[in-house]
Design a protein around this ligand. Structure first.
Ligand code: NCD
Length: 494
């Protein structure tokens, strides 16, 4: 691990055999160092930069405490209103500046999703040796919280397998739940109980790799057989204001008081990422099953481990997310003269406008012609010399109806052709020029880059001029944003 961006980065082995035991090994040192009985080696030249756009009491402060105990110097950046982000400086430029100022690790919490992944990639590309750690990005993920949650379960229940784990509250916007469910999908024999109101259910996507039993419901009785109950705060700030009634209803319904606790097993533990914001009654918090303050303390040794790991690996190259290197293949190639001679004899060719130099994108699905043309214009492939013709809704033997884009004097890069063909499967490219005619088709699907716009307005690609869109094709006309990980129909992005 160099960066800590999302639980998707890790295998079961890495989490359960390396990271969690590593965090647990930090516990005695953290305890002794905090009580002043022990001084860990001083590494003042190691520098942590911490930045938070959203409020934080535990995550950011425990990163500071962890770095202090490790003998690092830390630098908490001013509130976002006092940074040059307010003067429209980009995220990429801001992070480059922190790296120039000597940060070995940058821990950051943002409202925008995918910022940390984007910065980790761009800083590595630019040759900065920095570990980026995600302290929460919008409603997406909060992976360091997951590690401290797993440490808590291991310490308090003695195992990270054969458990019934219940989640309660706002499972839709609770990013700690999203990351923890992903990690539990890698643990053996876990059953889940998901208790929430209709408006706050867990997005299905987070369960995609979960193999155990899942029971969902609105009533807390569903938690009666749980070994671990993970309660969450209703994330009122992320809901549209029209559903205020639903927020108030859920807050009242899921408040943990003595009566609620009486439903749980005698040896269950009750966890909460905090703040509970009056979601746990003053009496209930004294119940010995409620381990929320221990859990919060485990954030310190956990982050000590994560800081050391990130710092030690900061020179490494790390690929974040699935690598989708697409490929094209040439299915026809001939001398241009021969091609033109044959073409002259074919009558139906006139329909699409003949060119002797340039690219014809054929077999585009209906409606895609004009849209792809716009994209090419925006990304600078078309200029005043390029005459284009968009043939919409024309007959096709293989597709019924299709769009065809004729681009005179225009040549696309392989990357762009791969992106277009991965986005619009079946499309073909006739490339006419330099004395050759070549027909290219997709051989291997690749990621779809610099095409369209992520419909999630909270995604980094809508907030930084250097963050170009990148979508991963999922098949069946579905795609996933590489940065915010939301799923869309491919027609939704153009
Ligand atoms: C949570 C967060 O910010 O995601 N808290 C935390 O980091 N421990 C939960 C919340 O805000 O409700």
């Amino acid at each position: 691990m160099k960066n800590l961006i999302s639980i998707d980065q890790f295998s079961a082995r890495e989490i359960f055999e390396k990271i969690i035991p590593g965090c647990i090994r930090m516990i005695p040192g953290a305890r002794k160092a905090q009580s002043g009985r022990y001084k860990l080696p001083d590494f003042r030249e190691r520098k942590l930069t911490i930045f938070s756009v959203e409020p934080s009491t535990r995550t950011i402060d425990s990163y500071m405490e962890a770095s202090g105990l490790l003998g690092w110097s830390d630098h908490r950046t001013p509130p976002p209103d006092n940074t040059s982000l307010m003067k429209n400086e980009s995220w990429a430029e801001t992070a480059r500046t922190w790296a120039i100022q000597g940060a070995g690790v940058i821990a950051m919490r943002t409202k925008i999703e995918g910022v940390q992944k984007f910065l980790a990639e761009i800083l590595e590309r630019d040759g900065f040796n920095v570990s980026i750690q995600n302290c929460g990005d919008g409603e997406h993920e909060h992976p360091s919280q997951t590690f401290l949650d797993l440490v808590t379960i291991k310490q308090e229940k003695g195992r990270l397998k054969n458990l019934v784990i219940g989640f309660l509250g706002d499972l839709r916007f609770g990013r700690t739940v999203h990351s923890l469910v992903k990690a539990l999908s890698l643990a053996p024999n876990i059953s889940l109980r998901l208790v929430s109101t209709r408006e706050m259910t867990l997005p299905e996507y987070y369960l995609k790799n979960f193999k155990g039993e899942v029971r969902c419901g609105e009533e807390m009785e569903l938690l009666a057989d749980c070994d671990v109950i993970y309660a969450t705060r209703i994330q009122a700030e992320r809901f549209p204001s029209e559903v205020q009634y639903a927020i108030e209803k859920a807050k009242a319904k899921y408040r943990l008081d003595e009566e609620a606790l009486s439903l749980f097993k005698a040896d269950a533990i009750v966890m909460h990422p905090l703040p509970h914001a009056n979601g746990i009654s003053p009496k209930a918090i004294l119940d010995k099953r409620v381990v929320v303050h221990k859990q919060s303390w485990y954030g310190i040794p956990t982050r000590m481990y994560l800081l050391n790991r990130g710092y030690a690996n900061r020179f490494k190259k790390e690929s974040l997310g699935r690598v989708f290197q697409g490929k094209l293949k040439i299915v026809r190639e001939e001398n241009l003269k021969d091609y033109l001679k044959k073409r002259r004899k074919k009558k139906n060719h006139t329909r699409f406008g003949r060119i002797d130099n340039g690219t014809v994108i054929d077999h585009l699905p209906l409606d895609f012609g004009a849209k792809i043309r716009n994209i090419l214009e925006k990304s600078g492939f078309l200029n005043e010399k390029s005459a284009t013709q968009t043939n919409e809704d024309v007959p096709s033997t293989s597709m019924g109806r299709k769009d065809v884009l004729v681009l005179e004097n225009v040549f696309l890069t392989n990357e762009m052709m791969i992106s277009i063909a991965s986005f619009a499967p079946g499309s073909t490219f006739n490339v006419i020029g330099k004395g050759r005619f070549r027909k290219l088709v997709l051989d291997k699907t690749g990621s779809i880059e610099e095409i369209g716009k992520c419909p999630n307005m909270n995604c980094i690609t809508n907030h930084d001029p250097e963050a170009f869109t990148k979508f991963i094709p999922l098949g069946g006309g579905n795609i996933e944003c590489h940065y915010c990980e939301r799923k869309f129909k491919n027609s939704e992005i153009i």
